[in-house]
Ligand binder design. Sequence first.
Ligand code: URP
Ligand code: ZN
Ligand code: ZN
Length: 480
Amino acid sequence: MTQFETVIRGGKVVTAADTFIADIGITDERIAAIGLSLDGARVIDATGKLVLPGGIDSHCHVEQLESDGSVHEETFGTAGRSAFAGGTTTLIPFAPQFKQQTIAAHAENYRARAARSPIDYALHQIITDPTDAVLDGELPVVIAGGVRSLKMFLTYDPFHVTDGEYLRVLAAAKRFGATVCVHCENYDAIGWRSEALLKAGRPEPASHAVSRPKVVEREATYRAIALAELVDQPIHIFHVSCGEVAEEIARAQARGVKVTGETCPQYLVLTAAEMARPGREGAKFMCSPSPRDAGDAEGLWAAIRAGTLDIISSDHCGYSFEGANGKAINGLDADFTRIPNGVPGLAARLPITFSEGVAKGRITLNQFVALTATTPAKRFGLYGRKGSIAPGFDADLVIWDAARRVTLTNSLMQHAIDCTPYEGLDVTGWPVMTIARGAVVMQDGVVTATAGQGQFVPASLSDDAKPRGVVPHDFDAALV
Ligand code: URP
Ligand code: ZN
Ligand code: ZN
């Protein structure tokens, strides 16, 4: 009888397709066998627990470089710790490009930071200045190096691109084989409304939500889709905040456009009302798009169940409340337009999604795995190695106690950030052990991973990223 290095014994194994009780045999960092009564040099008892594929957080900002020279407080080291604490085993953060600079200008710097990662990672490439030299000179090299997803911002200074620039990137992605992820909000509408709010003497954090209502996101989502349709280039819409925006994606999907979408836990459990907390507290909940109103989460769950939104990422952002680049600095002393956007969520993503989704009966266990691991792996070209439990896949696993009730606190998040917007939230379901490529990296909340243990995982061209190849109306291949 074969003896495996490690056997996970007797857990309920959950994939995106199946749920069954079995042992998992691990050798040489990979899943070697799934069966009954497997023999292992080391045996981990998972009886009574779920065994899930390690989570894949396909949208998180880690040690992100900013154009002003600052760097997000969350390093790869602390992000890896937090991710492992929450049952996630692969991250996909963002390599930067800044206006009037090449991609190469910061590539080495960011790669050197990532090389210290304790957790496996792939990368998205942000494009903010799509010159010919960038698109035809640098992009093919980046893609050949295993980075096959590009991030475009339709709003945000200094990342924001024009529609013309966005079109150029869509066409290049089609030429070289990449998917394009889009932040959809209308830049000019936000600017116009923010100016009016400031003139009206409303600089407080609560004005953030007022400056960018749903229609601002909905318009940009429709525009992003329409332009992608013109080019016949697949796109993925990041951080959808409400059912009305998901409706634009569903309408496009129904007419055959290759557009997919994700949402994040902040839109499932937070509301805009949090930003009206007294003093500067509201800044802790500020992200873009803005959290919406009580009741909007049900629209998102409906879109998730319909398959319109098929990934739940964290959009983790490494800004503390206090500190040099903290959210409190500008708070009420200045105005909401200067408060850094984004909330931390690496460790909270799986527990909140499980609790709100599975424990409350909104989705099945298999849908949970698909949303948090399998579909991100497929969409971003990691599947075959990451995102499921099958022989040959990396032994990235999380042993999950479906009955454990936990009240979220900042210390449970184990990130570098000094607050969590989920402080005090009760969840049902919690990771008790995380295994990354066969090594136990978290047990009962104690993370033991070391710097540099993570590997860069090159992405392949996923089916989702391939153009349809059908000729949409007005499409002219010679123009792409
Ligand atoms: O508020 C957010 N989401 N900040 C992070 C950057 C982004 O838009 O993804
Ligand atoms: Zn974004
Ligand atoms: Zn983001």
